[in-house]
Design a binder for this molecule. Structure first.
Ligand code: AP5
Ligand code: MG
Length: 279
């Protein structure tokens, strides 16, 4: 599974990424975390990024693209990954498209966590309190002043990605105002509906029903071929239509944004499953 989590500072990208990587045994790629590690280690990248991050701006595209490109080459990427905080600009998204194409990797979805701006400050304050309680060093950019600059960067440079991925039928939007647990459940439901992960409730019955439909169609064609006859049209079409229609209907739901559309993904999956089961 290959996923992007998109959302403003404090939306819950890191929180959800952590929950998802454990459930699906994949890797989190957080450019923010990587840059903070580089700053702490005082590497050349860290030295360039330090002041930019402290002021709430964005680190230059070529730096973060280089970091992600190197990381995607590592062997632990084979099960899949969640990109958290990357891409953040249209040029970064275009560079990611190129990288994935060259590496023969395909993106499953971009999940936008939509959160009211008024909730973000208190979330960041919560994180500061949590980090202090754990005895960790507080993030230098977790102040009201820097948060408002990070939000401005998000609006002008990152929000255009909502349109970018919506046009490419990759975007799914989740209401990030729900509880952490509900957001995780909703993301997992969407991932199952688009076929990015297997679940007992949606995938298995659909596959079993498909087998029932496809096999007799192929068998009929084989028998007809042996007998020197043309196979019956309906039998041939039945197999093709079953597999083709499912993908189109469920993938179609990835277009656009809003919770409603995400929900349609689930309904579409159920409808197809029912249809198959009947067939
Ligand atoms: P980065 O580290 O990516 O920060 P960010 O995008 O500002 O996002 P945050 O980490 O602040 O928020 P989050 O969405 O992860 O929320 P979290 O889960 O922690 O980037 C930092 C900087 O690095 C950037 O400003 C930039 O300078 C640079 N950078 C990074 N990537 C870059 C790139 N690609 N290009 C250029 N520059 C780049 O949650 C926050 C709090 O809310 C937690 O306390 C959590 O418990 C709580 N919470 C989470 N979900 C919920 C919920 N549903 N309900 C209630 N509370 C919740
Ligand atoms: Mg984060």
């Amino acid at each position: 599974m290959r996923l992007i989590l998109l959302g403003p500072p404090g939306a819950g990208k890191g929180t959800q990424a952590q929950r998802l990587i454990h459930k699906h045994n994949i890797v989190q790629l957080s450019t923010g975390e990587m840059l903070r590690a580089a700053v702490a280690a005082q590497t050349p990248v860290g030295l360039r990024a330090k002041d930019i991050m402290a002021s709430g701006g964005l680190v230059p595209d070529e730096i973060v693209i280089g970091i992600i490109s190197d990381r995607l080459d590592q062997p632990d990427m084979k099960n899949g990954f969640i990109l958290d905080g990357f891409p953040r600009t249209v040029p970064q998204a275009e560079a990611l498209d190129d990288l994935l194409r060259k590496k023969h990797m395909r993106l499953d979805a971009v999940i936008e966590l939509r959160v009211n701006e008024s909730a973000l400050l208190s979330r960041v304050e919560t994180r500061v309190a949590e980090m202090r309680a754990r005895g960790e060093e507080v993030r230098i950019d977790d102040t009201p002043e820097v948060l408002s600059k990070r939000l401005a960067s998000y609006r002008s440079l990152t929000e255009p990605l909502i349109h970018y991925y919506s046009e490419r039928r990759k975007l799914l939007t989740v209401d990030g105002m729900m509880t952490i647990e509900h957001v995780t459940r909703e993301i997992n439901r969407i991932l199952a509906a688009i076929g990015a992960v297997e679940t007992r409730t949606t995938r298995k019955p659909a596959r079993m029903a498909a087998r029932k439909t496809v096999r007799p169609a192929r068998k009929a064609a084989k028998v007809a071929k042996k007998a020197g006859k043309k196979p019956a049209k309906t039998a041939r079409k039945a197999g093709k239509a079953t597999s083709g229609r499912t993908r189109k209907t469920v993938r179609g739901s990835a277009k656009g944004s809003g919770k409603g559309l995400a929900r349609q993904g689930g309904k579409a999956a159920k409808k197809v499953t029912k249809k198959r089961a009947k067939a």
